[in-house]
Design a protein around this ligand. Structure first.
Ligand SMILES: *Cc1c(COP(=O)(O)O)cnc(C)c1O
Length: 296
């Protein structure tokens, strides 16, 4: 069975005195959405008659894990997911991606996948979906962006998105640079050097790498910051759009800081991740109520 996805919509928002276009990949599909849907599109688009199981590893709150659980369910595969540790709190009160993955039948294991998990019946997926197969779905996203930008007769366009592994940004840049569309990103996991090492794992030719911009201070992935919560709330209240709480606050803070240096119109890529917001929002609200966050 071959499954397909419809193009995601583009919207316009006016915020903080500027105009931004939003590519709503969070609206791609009710369950299979965001950039993980793009990165795993390859596995939706083909028949895999011999495959019976997906094996992957990473955090028990990962967006990639949740998307893989949906993919496995759609395809009728078993999904084995390896984690280092599941916090007691989460085991007792499952929320967010972890809860949804459990509901989709994910089988959790503590430890690392075995090497023997590379037989023809098993699809092994790297942490966060950093792999070559991601290119197919991201290339399709690039095509949708090109079609929209031609239709709108936009002269100069910069696509902006926050990065984790950098896989989405890298393949977008590869497919958009030939159209004269710039792709700029900011690292949310590690720093700019880390991100460039990630790019190099997937594409040797640095000519087609995305541009990287950053903020002066360092932020640790998954930690809570007052300014992240503040910009997230402001976006939510003023534009009505719910962004992700892990990547998008850093994304927007960085974009605002560097807006004047980026040419033409901005298309911000909304990469989904809203299932993960359930647990992030709880953490932020708890921290807020405890009065330990900086005041707004
Ligand atoms: C996974 C994810 C990212 C990072 O994507 P990469 O391709 O790893 O850079 C960004 N935003 C959201 C919401 C994600 O789920």
């Amino acid at each position: 069975m071959i499954l397909t996805l419809e193009a995601s919509p583009v919207e316009e928002i006016f915020w903080r005195g500027g105009r931004f276009f939003l590519k709503r990949d969070d609206r791609l599909h009710p369950d299979f959405s965001g950039n993980k849907a793009r990165k795993f599109y390859y596995f939706l688009r083909r028949d895999f008659p011999r495959v019976e199981q997906i094996v992957s590893y990473g955090s028990p709150q990962s967006n990639a894990m949740y998307s893989l659980s949906v993919l496995a369910k759609m395809r009728g595969w078993r999904f084995d997911y390896y984690v280092d540790h599941i916090p007691l709190q989460l085991r007792e009160y499952p929320v967010g991606n972890y809860r949804a993955a459990l509901e989709n039948g994910t089988i959790f294991h503590i430890g690392r996948p075995l090497e023997s998990h590379s037989d023809p019946a098993t699809l092994r997926i790297e942490e966060g979906g950093r792999q070559k197969e991601a290119e197919e779905g991201v290339a399709l996203l690039a095509q949708e962006i090109v079609a929209w930008y031609r239709d709108q007769r936009i002269e100069t366009l910069t696509v902006f998105l926050p990065s984790g592994t950098g896989t989405t940004a890298l393949y977008l840049a590869k497919h958009l640079s030939q159209e004269g569309i710039g792709v700029v990103t900011t690292p949310c996991v590690g720093d700019g050097d880390y991100l460039q090492r990630q790019f190099a794992l997937l594409e040797k030719d640095s000519l087609h790498w995305p541009g990287i911009v950053d903020l002066p201070r360092k932020y640790h992935f998954g930690r809570l910051y007052g300014e992240f919560w503040q910009i997230w709330l402001e976006l939510y209240r003023q534009t009505g759009v719910e962004f992700d709480l892990l990547y998008d606050p850093k994304g927007w803070l960085t974009l605002l800081k560097h807006r004047a240096d980026l040419p033409g119109e901005i298309l911000y890529l909304h990469q989904g991740g809203l299932k993960g917001n359930e647990s992030m929002r709880m953490r932020y609200e708890r921290k807020w109520a405890a009065g330990s966050a900086r005041s707004m």
